[in-house]
Ligand binder design. Structure first.
Ligand code: DGT
Ligand code: CA
Ligand code: CA
Length: 575
């Protein structure tokens, strides 16, 4: 059984949650949470490292005990400690912890005083108005919990693209290896590169479908087979991700691929165009008077309605069909167009490696330059740099560049934008840097007007170069702070600043729509990995998907420029 990093991290999260609910040692709780974070941030599968016999204790925050647990989980898929803990603390209490406003202390009270251990039981008590009587609760809290419960019921479960990929890619390879299967493509929102996916829609070409279905329903990572017929099946994987598999013949593959890639809105538009031309388009092909005229390839489907191929990331019915008709589809950016990365952290702040290790990893990722941008001192939990430590780091970077023949390091900072729009470090030091990335890390609850004014005031600053993760959202976890992106984009254009597309898979901030707005206004975007470890450069691929969904071309991106052009551009903003 293949155990993925997300599986391991989820076990450490559950260990931490249950221990905390039990009132166990807070240091242990924190150690498990840190371990989960470290595991999630790895770009390669820990299971592979274990099988190669590598020493896991070299990873930050992974000591002997945690390493042993990881090895156990990789070997068995389970943790003995967790099994035992689940007997002591009802695991359903974890569901309660997910509700906003319910921390371990309150959940403990609920369980110990009223025996509440599930969302249903909580809802019943809250509805009857008896929750407010408990110590630490009141009518207001009760109301908030009722609202949170209602919101929770309407929320469909989605998965980060990056996590879906950890399950999708091994499954794709496994299917591809079946004797009857000629080709496999993961269609749906995954192929469109959406930041989150609801389920996976997989298409396989095989002329003899039943044996493929038979083997698929026995894939080892399946938790439940929901339905299975002769050419299609729906299953749920162990992590809750649903997979729809459809087996089609080679002759209709292009039509099926177009249909199941969607989006629905795009497909409907294409079908409408077909109808105007007397064509019937469905998942089996393109038909004129019951005669098949196209469908072998996706290109043939587009061609039948007089259009060139449209990249999957554009298929959202946001004007791509018109653009295709008028010959003005963008030439979308590709990963190999990136020449450098302008945002990463080292162990000087909250990163995990030193400057040289980050530079080596960037070089291995094919980059020519890398900006070192640790946090500034206002961000205490990240051990941010003050003036003196930043000056020391600048000397190390100069020394590195002197002996480096291939990769250039740039001197930068991810400086906090303070509540009033001032920057967290004085001009005397900012002026000596190659670039200054400004970021909002606190006071998320300002009004839209105040938050926007705050950011524009920061951008007014002479040395401000790039606005990091402009909306502060965390996918599936934290909404963007209220902010007027129209004003921010205009502000960036007027001031000659850049906006970041932060490529961390849980951020992908800017989103696709805002990327396109920036492009339309002529504001260049910087696709940054925001790496906190040498593995982090793998993030760039996620950023590229998002950029493509935002219609961005090579020319729209700051860090596609070669080092000399880049330096010129940066000097222009710092002047
Ligand atoms: P998701 O899974 O919510 O992230 O989004 P999608 O786009 O993958 O949507 P999904 O899984 O419901 O369906 C996959 C594709 O199949 C969808 O993009 C278009 C196509 N499709 C599914 N059902 C229908 C339908 O009833 N009509 C049309 N035109 N297309 C459909
Ligand atoms: Ca889907
Ligand atoms: Ca589906």
């Amino acid at each position: 059984m293949a155990v993925h990093n997300e599986d391991i991290a989820a076990i450490f999260d559950e260990l931490a949650n249950l221990l905390e609910l039990k009132g166990d040692n807070p240091f242990k709780v924190r150690a498990y949470r840190n371990a989960a974070r470290t595991i999630r941030s790895q770009g390669t599968e820990l299971a592979e490292r274990v099988s190669r016999g590598e020493d896991l204790t070299e990873l930050p925050g992974i000591g002997k005990e945690i390493a042993a647990k990881i090895i156990e989980i990789v070997a068995t898929g389970k943790s003995h400690t967790l099994q035992k803990l689940r007997q002591e603390v009802p695991p359903s209490l974890e569901d309660l912890l997910q509700l906003p406003g319910l921390g371990p202390k309150r959940v403990k009270t609920l369980y110990e005083t009223r025996g509440i251990k599930s969302l249903d039981e909580l809802a019943n008590t809250a509805k009857s108005g008896r929750l407010r009587e408990l110590p630490g609760f009141g009518p207001k809290t009760e109301q908030r919990i009722l609202e949170a419960l209602a919101a929770n019921r309407n929320k469909e479960q989605r998965f980060l693209f990056s996590i879906a990929g950890q399950y999708a890619e091994p499954l794709r390879h496994w299917l591809q290896a079946l004797a009857e299967v000629k080709r496999v493509v993961i269609a749906g929102s995954y192929r469109r590169g959406k930041e989150t996916v609801g389920d996976l829609d997989i298409l396989a070409i095989a002329e003899n479908a039943p044996p493929v279905m038979q083997q698929f329903t026995h894939y080892e990572e399946i938790a439940e087979v929901v339905s299975s017929g002769s050419t299609r099946a729906t299953v749920i994987l162990r992590n809750g991700l649903q997979v729809d598999l459809r087996v089609v013949s080679a002759s209709s593959f292009g039509a099926a691929l177009h249909y199941f890639t969607g989006s629905r809105a795009h497909s409907i538009e294409i079908r409408r165009r077909g109808q105007q031309l007397g064509l019937k388009i469905n998942e089996y092909g393109v038909f004129k008077n019951e005669r098949r005229v196209a469908g072998l390839t996706e290109e043939s489907v587009f061609e039948s309605v007089g259009l060139p191929f449209i990249e999957p990331e554009l298929r959202e019915n946001r004007g791509e069909i018109e653009a295709a008709r008028e010959g003005r589809l963008p030439r979308l950016i590709e990963l190999h167009d990136l020449r450098g990365d302008l945002h990463c952290h080292t162990q000087a702040s909250d990163g995990q490696a030193d400057i040289a290790a980050m530079a080596n990893a960037a070089r291995a990722a094919g980059l020519q330059y890398l900006a070192i941008t640790d946090h500034s001192h206002h961000l205490r939990i990240a051990n941010g740099l003050d003036e003196k430590r930043l000056a020391q780091q600048m000397e190390i970077i100069d020394a590195f560049n002197e002996q480096s023949t291939d990769i250039t390091l740039l001197k930068g900072i991810e400086v906090d934008i303070l509540e009033d729009g001032r920057l967290d470090l004085p001009d005397s030091i900012l002026s000596r840097l190659d670039l200054v990335i400004g970021a909002v890390h606190d006071h998320f609850n300002l009004s839209e007007q105040k938050q926007t004014d705050r950011i524009l005031k920061a951008m007014d600053h002479r040395y401000f170069t790039v606005l990091a993760h402009p909306t502060g959202r965390l996918l599936l976890a934290r909404d963007p702070y209220p902010i007027d992106m129209v004003r921010v984009i205009e502000g960036a254009r007027e001031r000659g600043c850049y906006l970041e597309l932060n490529a961390q898979p849980k951020r992908l901030d800017l989103n696709d729509i805002h990327c396109r707005m920036a492009r339309d206004e002529g504001v260049k975007i910087c696709i940054d990995s925001d790496s906190h470890s040498p593995d982090g450069f793998a993030n760039l691929a996620f950023g590229i998907h998002q950029a493509r969904r935002g219609w961005l071309e090579k020319e729209d991106i700051l860090n596609t420029a070669d080092i000399n052009t880049l330096k010129k551009r940066l000097r222009a903003t710092m002047a």
